[in-house]
Design a protein. Structure first.
Length: 302
């Protein structure tokens, strides 16, 4: 029986794990992929400027530091183990792809990456169409279309351009939904913007070779080697369904102590924060673990 199980090993989950060790709670961290969250899985190449003390460090470098810090503390982390469902009786049971674990409390910090949203157009299953870029240098010299208008799409387009790719960026509206910094960076870059354009279909035989887009002036054909679709994701909260908790968009409702509507079940990180930034993820992870600690030690903290 664990005192606490943390689902997700991104910044929020890792912050909770570090404090849980300090509070001497018997804790297990379960991560469906590689520990580090989006820093290690989606943006290891991207520079991070929102984390105090890590100026000009890349996501992968920051991930290595924080994961090593938590592991050196003695935290138990199980990677590549997907949580399938969480149920509650006298305690919580967390069923994964490899086993079942019992705990008094649970913190869910799975972020908002979840399952990538798809365009739902013909040809989207062709080789060469993807939903993230782990290493932009692999696309050096290639013609790449990035689809989307938020910060994820802008980051991707800028990263690919810096790596030497020839980049187009298609957005269905006439302005980006990105930060001012990313807007300015895009305007200064060589990324070719396709405003008010939507992908109608991808073309190619087995492998991607082109895209057809629809805009105000009609259809446009592009010859491309790769396409990266960055239009958001469906939250990875399906494991909470048996507890009667459903996400609103990409968020889970919590109270001032980061607890959901189920007593003893907390949430942290991007799935509860309006600001999808590392400092907020760290803060909510710490807040959730201290609330769980007080519940476990009840009535001492009453």
């Amino acid at each position: 029986m664990y005192d606490l199980i943390i689902v997700g090993a991104g910044p929020g989950g890792l912050a909770a794990a570090l404090d849980a060790h300090y509070l001497k709670l018997r804790t297990l961290v379960i991560e469906a992929d590689k520990a580090g969250g989006a820093l290690s899985q989606s943006y290891p190449w991207k520079g991070v400027d929102s984390f105090l003390g890590f100026h000009k460090k890349k996501g992968g470098e920051i991930s290595d530091v924080i994961v090593r810090h938590v592991m050196d503390s003695g935290a138990e982390i199980k990677e590549n183990e997907c949580v399938l469902e969480i149920t509650k009786g006298s305690h919580f049971s967390v069923k994964t792809s490899k086993g079942i674990y019992d705990s008094r409390t649970v913190i869910v910090a799975t972020g908002i990456r979840g399952t990538p949203r798809k365009l739902g157009v013909p040809g989207e299953d062709l080789t060469g169409v993807s939903y993230s870029v782990s290493d932009p240098s692999e696309m050096k010299g290639r013609n790449v279309l990035v689809v989307g208008g938020g910060d994820s799409a802008a980051d991707c387009a800028l990263g690919l351009e810096e790596a030497g790719a020839n980049v187009w960026m298609a957005h269905r509206k006439d302005e980006l939904r990105a930060t001012d910094e990313n807007r300015e960076s895009i305007s200064r870059s060589s990324v070719k913007m396709l405003w008010s354009h939507e992908v109608v279909n991808f073309t190619g035989k087995d492998k991607l070779s082109g895209a057809v887009l629809s805009g105000k002036e009609g259809k446009k054909k592009l010859s491309i080697d790769n396409a990266v679709i960055c239009i958001g994701s469906l939250p990875s909260t399906s494991c909470l369904e048996k507890l009667g908790i459903t996400a609103e968009g990409s968020s889970v409702k919590v109270d001032e102590n980061c607890m959901t509507s189920v007593e003893g079940l907390f949430a942290a990180g991007d799935m509860i924060s309006s600001l999808k930034r590392i400092p907020q993820a760290l803060a909510t992870g710490e807040k959730a673990v201290y609330a769980a600690y007080k519940m476990i030690k009840n009535p001492y903290w009453k």
